[in-house]
Write a protein that binds this ligand. Structure first.
Ligand SMILES: [Zn+2]
Length: 294
């Protein structure tokens, strides 16, 4: 049975973005402070948003914290969904799906089996998880091609790592996932050389597997540290409707805390850092065209 897009908060937000030609800031949040700062920024900008958690944060703070994120985001006066980014191990994926079964269900999850050597292995490993997630009502993002980067990752992309449109179509048909993170020259972490994106490839992927095609998938842009504003807008024009943002907002918040923690009252120091986080979220809502759309 095909997944019911209309019942899923993440997909409803992305559907509206695709129809309106703007992108959603999928903002990494590491703690209650960043979740609340994201919600405040989204409400102030009248923008939809996605709150993204990493598996490490779920493991660190537990199910009650995930429930807090869901409650806080779902109670906002603008549409905000909660997504799990890069769940790559059986432990991380199963934790999220078990908790969903127990009533603490994220809106969507990235099931990342892209570390396997072949696409066949990627499909075989991911498929049971994708099916279980969809049964539980979670929309699923998958990755095809190999995104370079990460802690000790490589810094250059060779052609073989790029996502091929025909493969993407087959991959999505076999997996039945709703979002695809392609490799188009994007890198996780710092870009040593200026980013060289294959925008023609993004455009081709959008016309092959994007909304309205038989795959009907949303393309997700990972690896956005250091990107110039013009490259963000170039990607949005070509169909990247979910854009992951991490260190842009995290770093100014943490820098503020590091600088002021020894001197100030703790709630005030927290507040100052949250204001820094909000500023960055608002900048991206404006840049992505989502401000005023909720
Ligand atoms: Zn990523």
């Amino acid at each position: 049975m095909p997944f019911d897009h209309t019942n899923n908060r993440t997909l409803r937000i992305l559907h509206a973005a695709a129809a309106g030609g703007y992108a959603i800031n999928a903002q990494s949040c590491y703690d209650a402070q960043s979740v609340i700062a994201l919600v405040r920024a989204a409400e102030a900008s009248r923008s939809p948003a996605l709150c993204q958690l990493f598996p490490v944060t779920m493991a660190q703070f537990g199910k009650p914290f995930v429930q807090f994120c869901l409650d806080t985001c779902h109670a906002a006066s603008v549409p905000i969904a909660v997504h799990l980014d890069h769940a790559a191990s059986d432990e991380d994926i199963t934790r999220a799906l078990d908790w969903a079964e127990q009533g603490t269900a994220l809106d969507s999850i990235m099931i990342d089996c892209s570390h396997f050597d072949t696409d066949e292995e990627n499909i075989n490993m991911a498929k049971p998880y994708v099916e279980r997630a969809n049964r539980l009502g979670l929309a699923v993002e998958v990755e095809l091609g190999r995104l370079a980067g990460g802690e000790a990752g490589v810094r250059v992309i060779d052609e073989g790592m790029l996502t091929k449109p025909d493969k993407a179509e087959r991959f999505l048909t076999e997996l039945g996932a709703q979002m695809l993170a392609p490799s188009i020259g994007n890198i996780h972490g710092r870009y040593i050389n200026p980013p060289a994106f294959h925008l023609d490839l993004l455009e081709k992927l959008q016309s092959t597997v994007g909304p309205g095609t038989s795959s009907n998938a949303y393309l997700v842009l990972h690896g956005t540290d250091d990107l110039p504003d013009s490259l963000f807008t170039d990607c949005i024009k070509r169909g990247a409707y979910k854009i992951n943002v991490n260190s842009w907002a995290r770093d100014p918040q943490v820098e503020y805390w590091a600088k002021h923690l020894s001197g100030g009252a703790l709630p005030e120091v927290y507040e100052g850092g949250m204001v820094e986080f909000e500023k960055v979220c608002k900048r991206f809502f404006d840049l992505f065209g989502s401000a005023g759309k909720a």
